[in-house]
Design a protein around this ligand. Structure first.
Ligand code: 2HG
Ligand code: ZN
Length: 462
């Protein structure tokens, strides 16, 4: 049966579309942090939606499971196969085109495998902004961003990926193409079916194309890095930024002194301001003039009243990029420090300082000696509360400690990275049985044989 399936896929995809050699499959078999190693049967690399359909039908007939994969930049092991050697990885990488950009209708249509940065650049060429920005944007794909409902640094202003999806093209478990690829701003005709495929990590269907919403590109941007004495001061600064910059505020990131310690020790990156215990990187954008003056007045007030200890406003685009490089390299610095347990949590924004204090106490008591790398998107309440493991630390117990604190604040155990395979057990533990049962009912309706990304997001059915 296996040899038959491989022969069938080879006939559909041709030599450049099917990878079966173990060495060539290696990059698709494991996530970039190398925490979730798998062993695929083969890698199918279709070049069109019609080829995706043919692959899905062939796998359906052979009873083989499919693991959709985009840029493989995820942090929850959602896009890699299990160790059975029986799963087909379906890489969308060859479906990598921008289909079109409409600068007045403010839409971009792209294949699922189009690199996010390529889509951003296509929008920028037309003077428009695709407002999803994340450190992995040079490798992450449009389909991956949609199917994980990715967040990133601009959620505070533009929302998660879901808020930007106008249309989707999806291939279902039996190979049916569902064309929901409309580009309408208003469409209230029945169920909004595309929502089923956003954030469900390829467990209900395979996204092959998307239409995303664009916004006018702000003519003026202000980027500033500040050091602050505490998370509470950072929250006060957020309130000030909300008052003074209103909805021009497009990023408000919090980073711990320890995050900067990692940057300095592992990547030789240092901030251009005096260190504090915490740092804030903020950005605002507007097309009308006066933004920079408003930002400078607000920051001067923060320095004056002690909310901020030191700060710098980027003078040029290159300086702004340098400030962003600090923020974007924290994940890399953390990976170089050692094995860490990621906690991609959210709590109500105003509770972030109390959450951080409570979590620090829980770790100090329950996992003495473990180091906490806390940073993230304070503007939307999402903190990456990552714990670097030392000798003798138990990762699962640390997960439980942190998620218990999250529960005290009625927060979420995954704000933007998704569940993948990493958080399935914790999701089942933390969500009411009725909620899991409803998710399983949806899964059963769309994928009765559990062939689409099995083992991800949901517990095994039955
Ligand atoms: C970020 O905000 C990403 O930089 C990665 O979501 C977070 O490494 C992480 O935990
Ligand atoms: Zn993040």
């Amino acid at each position: 049966m296996t040899a038959e399936l491989i022969a069938r896929l080879a006939a559909i995809l041709g030599p450049s579309g099917l990878v079966t050699d173990a060495a060539d499959m290696a990059a698709y078999a494991i996530d970039w942090r190398r925490l979730f190693p798998g062993r695929p049967l083969c890698i199918a690399r279709p070049a069109s939606t019609a080829e995706v359909v043919a692959v899905v039908k062939a796998c359906h007939a052979a009873g083989a499971a499919i693991v959709p994969q985009g840029g493989n930049t995820g942090l929850a092991g959602g896009a890699v196969p299990d160790a059975s050697g029986a799963q087909v990885v379906l890489s969308l990488q060859r479906m990598n085109k921008v289909r079109d950009v409409d600068p007045v209708g403010l839409t971009i249509a792209a294949d699922a495998g189009c690199i996010l940065k390529v889509a951003q650049d296509a929008a920028a060429d037309m003077g428009r902004l695709l407002p999803i920005s994340l450190a992995a944007e040079g490798s992450a794909t449009v389909g991956g961003v949609v199917s994980t409902n990715a967040g990133g640094v601009n959620v505070v202003r533009y929302g998660m990926a879901r808020a930007l999806v106008l249309g989707l093209e999806v291939v279902l478990a039996d190979g049916t193409v569902v064309d929901l690829n409309r580009r309408l701003r208003k469409d209230n005709a029945g169920y909004d079916l595309k929502q089923l495929f956003i954030g469900t990590e390829g467990t209900l269907g395979i996204v092959t194309g998307a239409v995303l919403r664009l916004v006018p590109r702000p003519r003026h941007t202000v980027t500033a890095l500040l050091s602050v004495p505490s998370p509470k001061a950072a929250l006060d600064l957020l309130a000030l930024a909300q008052d003074e910059l209103g909805d021009t505020l497009s990023a408000f990131e919090l980073m711990s002194g320890y995050s900067f310690d990692l940057l300095r020790r592992h990547l030789d990156l240092t901030p251009p301001i005096a260190a504090g215990d915490w740092f804030v990187l903020l950005e605002a954008g507007a097309s009308l003039s006066g933004l920079r003056e408003a930002a400078e007045t607000a920051l001067a007030a923060a320095l004056e009243n002690g909310t901020a200890l030191d700060g710098v406003v980027a003078e040029t685009g290159a300086q702004a990029a340098q400030l962003w490089a600090l923020r974007e390299h924290i994940t890399d610095g953390e990976a170089r420090e050692g094995k860490s347990m990621k906690h991609d949590v959210s709590v109500p924004i105003a509770d972030v300082p109390a959450f951080l204090a409570a979590a620090d106490i829980a770790i100090a008591q329950g996992a003495p000696g473990a180091k906490v790398n806390a940073f993230g998107h304070l503007g939307d309440g999402n903190i990456h509360y990552n714990v670097i493991l030392g000798a003798g630390h138990d990762g699962a117990a640390i997960n439980a400690l942190v998620h218990d604190v999250v529960a005290r604040f009625s927060g979420s155990i995954s704000a933007e990275h998704g569940i993948g395979q990493y958080r399935v057990d914790e999701l089942v533990r933390r969500r009411a049985p009725g909620e899991i049962a409803l998710a399983l009912a949806l899964k059963h309706a769309l994928d009765p044989d559990n062939r689409l990304n099995p083992g991800k997001v949901l517990p095994a059915p039955g």
